[in-house]
Design a protein around this ligand. Structure first.
Ligand SMILES: NC(=O)c1ccc[n+]([C@@H]2O[C@H](COP(=O)([O-])OP(=O)(O)OC[C@H]3O[C@@H](n4cnc5c(N)ncnc54)[C@H](OP(=O)(O)O)[C@@H]3O)[C@@H](O)[C@H]2O)c1
Length: 207
């Protein structure tokens, strides 16, 4: 059984936490408000526990389920408590005010900026940002595109994705996170121009 820690108590934390429990993982939820954290743990059920914000997460895999605007400061508050962890960055790097531009520095990505802020023994893997939370919550099989530089970290994220009944699709090194974040914009463009929000980005393997 894999233990997954989820930092954040919002829409995505709820969706991925639910599927993680259904997939047989142990789940720890962590938020900055202890009462809200306990409430989400109780709501998820399945033995989900409430962790303490800023202390070492129980899971070897830590899902960073906070807005990109907060992600670097959250990671900085954790400091060495994230040593050795696999950190999944699920963030989309556009703002609510503008979903046509990325807010990250040229030549970088949210995941690469977060990677600069974690301890050197931690490994950041970009994943899930191309899957809408409400679509994840449908419980259907979907493709989850992911990118990272460390083979072992990617293998553990891939195995975690499979426990959710989802198909892991490796797109390469962490530099590819820029294009995954661009695909997040693509999803918003599709959703806003006729396709609607009940969509999933998938890969057809044609034999
Ligand atoms: N929703 C989607 O369909 C979707 C799809 C793909 C990717 N994502 C990504 O998933 C991430 C989470 O999105 P969401 O939809 O779950 O957002 P959300 O519902 O607004 O939840 C965000 C959570 O982050 C927490 N948070 C924000 N700033 C924080 C800080 N400085 N310290 C500690 N906690 C902080 C909030 O805590 P409080 O509860 O205390 O305010 C809240 O629990 C984002 O990066 C987003 O881009 C979302």
């Amino acid at each position: 059984m894999t233990t997954i820690s989820i930092i954040g108590l919002g829409t995505y934390a709820r969706a991925i936490g639910t599927r993680a429990i259904e997939g047989g993982n142990a789940v720890e939820v962590i938020g900055r408000d202890a009462a809200k954290t306990k409430d989400l743990g109780d709501e998820l059920g399945g033995g989900a526990t409430a962790g303490t914000f800023g202390t070492a997460p129980a899971g070897d895999i830590v899902v960073l389920a906070v807005p990109f605007a907060s992600a670097e400061s959250v990671v900085a508050q954790y400091g060495d408590a994230l040593a050795g962890k696999v950190v999944i960055d699920i963030s989309n790097t556009f703002t609510a005010a503008d979903d046509t531009e990325l807010v990250t520095p040229d030549g970088s990505s949210g995941a690469q900026e977060i990677a600069k802020a974690v301890p050197s023994s931690a490994h950041v893997v970009k994943a899930f940002n191309t899957v809408f939370a409400h679509v994840l919550a449908l419980g259907r099989p979907l493709d989850v595109l992911f990118a990272g530089d460390d083979a072992q970290a990617k293998a553990s994220v891939s195995a975690f994705i499979e426990t959710l009944g989802l198909r892991p699709r490796d797109v390469g090194g962490l530099a590819m996170a820029h294009w995954l974040e661009g695909a997040g914009l693509l999803m918003m463009g599709l959703a806003g121009h006729g396709a609607g929000f009940n969509i999933a980005l998938g890969v057809d393997l044609l034999g």
